[in-house]
Each structure stands twice: as structure tokens, then as C-alpha cells.
Write a protein that binds this ligand. Sequence first.
Ligand code: ATP
Length: 250
Amino acid sequence: MSAILEVSGIVKTFGGIRAIDGANFTLDHAGIYGLIGPNGAGKTTMFDIICGRQIPDAGSVRFHAERIDGVAPYRLAREGLARTFQECRVLPEETCLDNVLFAAQDKHIGTELLQAFTRNTRRRREAEAEARRMLKLINLEQYADSPAGALSYGQRRLLEIVSCLMSKPRILLLDEPASGINPTLLNTLHDFLKEIYAETKIIFLIVEHNMEFIMSLAQEIVVMHQGQVLMQGAPDAVQANERVIDAYLG
Ligand code: ATP
């Protein structure tokens, strides 16, 4: 069986800087994966390449055996590959519920949802029920009818993740979801991601600097250093690896 995601020999330079320098890794099975490494290791560039925002100078990315490097982000989103960004993206003027519903327009629920947005169609009711269920899972149900701009920064980040999930991606890339989130919200996010994974088996690939968070959440960790993959393995093995300790954890 082919890998879910296969990154082979990726090279990406910006001017004289080799941001990615021959990186390889494979996500073979469903799971929650961490992508870690020091500042400048190439993690965000790797995300940008996987989701079609950047075109690599060399190498390939395959998603369920199909080449996807260079494919436009909106097309990849339709194929079930979604991502969040380091900077949070929500619609501040819209309610939390509408933020989540807008994000559901693409797949399964269909664009006609938007056309029928004010009508009480069955699809609209189903989508709204699902949106409210998701908001409840992440402890935001009491804000469903408040503008997203009224939420705290951490809550907005959670809202963005929920919104991404509404398009039912097969793989979701999260860029530093724990950054700037208080410990209570962090616990909520941790449990939420575990629950969504158990329920849907969607693959999560998560760039993260918060080691406690990612090591307790992920089943497997990919470590990048100087544009290459230093190691891929279980959290315990990664934390015990001397090269990883030298390059990053130490
Ligand atoms: P961080 O943990 O700080 O977010 P990162 O591992 O995500 O770092 P990248 O942001 O991918 O690392 O950056 C890798 C290298 O490529 C860095 O040296 C960075 O300065 C450089 N780089 C990334 N994007 C660009 C760009 N658009 N133009 C020039 N240099 C870039």
C-alpha cells in the first residue's frame, strides 16, 4: 500500500539560503504526527511546499501516491489537504457559528449551503448541528452567536482549527497551534485533537515548539534540522536520541 504522504528529496532555496536541503519523510499510516526542529530548520517552508504555496526546486511530494508538489492550494484543499497558519485567520465580524459554517462550504455540505444560508434547509440544519457539536467539543459553544473578534487570541486559534475540520480534510497541517495559548485552552486543544483523531482518523501533521504538548499528543515525530530530516520516530525514541538532543532538545 502506498504511503499517505511521501516527501522525497525536497530542496528549496531563497536567494542564497537553502531552507530545505534534501528532506525526506513518509507518513505511512493514520496518526497524529509532530514536525519539530530549531528556528530556521525549514518546518514552515516544508508546510508551504506540501500545501502548494511554494514550489520546490527539486524533489517530490506524493499524497496517496499522486504527485502534488506545485499543485495550487485550493485544489489540494478539494483533495482533502488543509492547513492553518502561524498567524490566526478568522473572520472577526462574523459569529463563531458562521465562521465554522463558512468553512464547511467546500466539500460534502456543498456550495449551495451558502446560497441557502438564510433558508432553513435540511443541509443547513445538519451543518449547523455539526458546527455546534464541534464548538461544544472545544468549549466554545457559549460563543456560537458572538462575533469571532470578541474571542481571546487562544480561543480564535481553536476556532480556526474547528473551521478547518468542517471541510472534512483527510490531512490537516497545523502550524504551531499551541503558541500563545494559555494552559487551560492548551489542555482543551490537546483533548480535542485526540478526540477528533479517534473519531475520524484524519491525519494531523503539527509543527510545534511546545515539547510537552507535542510529545504527549503525537504518535510519531519528524525532526528537522538545517533543512534536512534528522530523525523520525516515536516520541520516546526522539527524546532519547543524542543527535536530536544536541541539535534541538538540549
Ligand atoms: P521557525 O520555527 O522559526 O518558524 P522554521 O523551521 O519554520 O522556523 P522556515 O521558516 O521554514 O523555518 O525557514 C527556513 C529558512 O529559510 C530560514 O533561514 C528562513 O530565514 C529562510 N526563509 C524562509 N522563507 C523565506 C523567504 N520567503 N525568503 C527568504 N528566506 C526565507
